[in-house]
Ligand binder design. Structure first.
Ligand code: 2HG
Ligand code: ZN
Length: 464
């Protein structure tokens, strides 16, 4: 099929308003959030329901045209940006945004892929429930992208990654088949758990069109505190102390370097309510049992007395809580204002974090003395954003390799939560064992034999 006849056929399925072909209108579908990756789509298609997604996939596959699934475009790895060929169809799920059902007794929500995370959070909140996926991008990120990238965020230490919320999925496969696995079951051991093949695989094996997510009861009490610590080692001592005192209530434990917060105050006019320190920890605990605040304050008094932390403040109102979180959630924006940054979304065993930071800092400073390190992240689950602000001329791949090699020596991962997309394809190929890559490719070839689902993402050189 010629491209013109493919576009005509797509319009018949999704209506004229569901196909975007004008160059100007295609701009939002042509680059990632950070403007790091730029592509040239043949068109963008916006189906209204699962049957239309299936019809679109069948038409594209029959024409041998690749499909790039597209959600809120908040990813940081270029996973939703088409290539430069002008031959790829962007399939946007934004018109499929219905909340199909909320089951209060079962604590589940069934929601379509294009629903914005925050919309789903607010809908369940009204029913006294919590959808515990929390990301800085929650006002724009969409459920389909969250599931298909296995998003992380700031409460993974308590609630797990997106994968652990998914009870059921509806998926369109590479041959256009609709698989309805929208079961709301906590326990379902009947054969292969096939839905896992579509979670975190970044649209390379199928298109997530809807999901059933496990909710939880909404904790009635919450405590948020900012602590100053002199080292990452002390941040871990603080984590141990917190686990001992209020462990099962911890919902956030974020590390931020003093330099990262200095950039936030410099560029965004936010204020840190503590004096200068080398490191800060933002701690959040929540529970439905009374007494959480007292227990937290007792434990914080102890860590200050033992000099694990040098200073601290506990939020006294929702506004103060929001102000503390705003500091943490503005680090990415402030980093962007500082100049060009090269991102590393790494994880290492939690106990290795201080040594990782020391070894990585020394390695970077030895080879790139002009770099500024922007280290922060979810250390309660071992995930550091080890971003490096560098001059335009610096070779980003050499820097990636240097840091990922250090990650490798600690048994870590080159992507904790942001995924591979197109940004890390070569590094994944370099850093993962051949047997691990081979088994992944076998699944890719089995489920997408023509390599038409998000080609060039996650894998390199898949030959149909
Ligand atoms: C966060 O934790 C996000 O705020 C973004 O994952 C991290 O900007 C980054 O590298
Ligand atoms: Zn993060």
């Amino acid at each position: 099929m010629q491209h013109k006849s493919l576009i005509d056929a797509l319009s018949k399925v999704v209506g004229d308003r569901g196909v975007v072909t004008e160059v100007d209108d295609l701009v939002p579908f042509s680059h990632d959030w950070r403007h790091m990756f730029h592509g040239r789509p043949l068109c963008a298609v916006l189906p209204r329901n699962t049957q239309e997604v299936s019809d679109v996939v069948r038409l594209c596959v029959a024409a041998g045209v690749a499909i790039v699934p597209f959600g809120g475009n908040t990813g940081l790895s270029g996973g939703a940006t088409p290539d430069q060929s002008g031959q790829q169809v962007v399939l946007s799920l934004t018109r499929m945004s219905a909340i199909r059902d909320i089951d209060v007794m079962g604590e589940t929500i069934e929601v379509e892929a294009g629903c914005i995370l925050q919309t789903a959070q607010e809908a369940v909140d009204e029913k006294g429930l919590l959808l515990p996926i929390t990301l800085a991008a929650e006002g724009s990120a969409r459920i389909g992208g969250i599931v298909s990238t296995n998003a992380g965020g700031t409460n993974v230490l308590r609630y797990g990654m997106a994968r652990s919320r998914v009870l059921g999925l509806e998926v369109v496969t590479a041959d256009g088949q609709i698989i309805n696995g929208l079961r709301r079951l906590r326990k379902d051991n009947a054969g292969y758990d096939w839905k896992q093949w579509f979670i975190g695989t970044e649209g390379t094996l199928g298109i997530v069109t809807a999901a059933v997510l496990q909710l939880t009861s909404k904790p009635r009490y919450r405590v948020t505190a900012l602590l100053a610590v002199s080292s990452a080692a002390n941040a871990l001592k603080l984590l141990c102390a917190a686990r001992g005192a209020i462990g099962e209530t911890l919902t956030g434990f974020e590390l931020m370097s003093g330099a990262a917060l200095a950039r936030v105050t410099r560029h965004l006019q936010l204020k840190v309510p503590l004096g200068q320190a080398d490191w800060y920890v933002l701690l959040e605990a929540s529970s439905s049992l009374p007494g959480l605040r007292d227990a937290t304050e007792v434990f914080l008094g102890e860590v200050l007395e033992n000099e694990i932390a040098s200073d601290g403040v506990v939020a006294e109102s929702e506004k103060q809580e929001a102000d503390l979180w705003a500091l943490r959630e503005s680090i990415t924006e402030a980093e962007g204002k500082e100049g060009r940054s090269v991102k590393h979304d790494v994880s290492v065993p939690i106990s290795a974090i201080p040594e990782f930071l020391q070894v990585a800092d020394e390695a970077v400073m030895r080879i790139f003395p002009e770099a500024q390190i922007n280290a922060f992240g979810h250390i309660g689950d071992g995930n550091l954003h080890y971003n490096v602000i560098v001059p335009q001329s610096l070779d980003a791949l050499a820097l990636n390799q240097l840091i990922h090699d250090v990650v490798g020596t600690f048994g870590g991962s080159i992507s904790a939560e942001h995924g591979i997309g197109q940004y890390r394809v070569d590094e994944l190929t370099r850093c993962r064992a051949p047997a691990e890559l081979a088994i992944a490719r076998q699944i890719k070839v089995a489920l997408d034999p023509q390599n038409l689902l998000n080609p060039g993402k996650v894998f390199s050189n898949i030959k149909p």
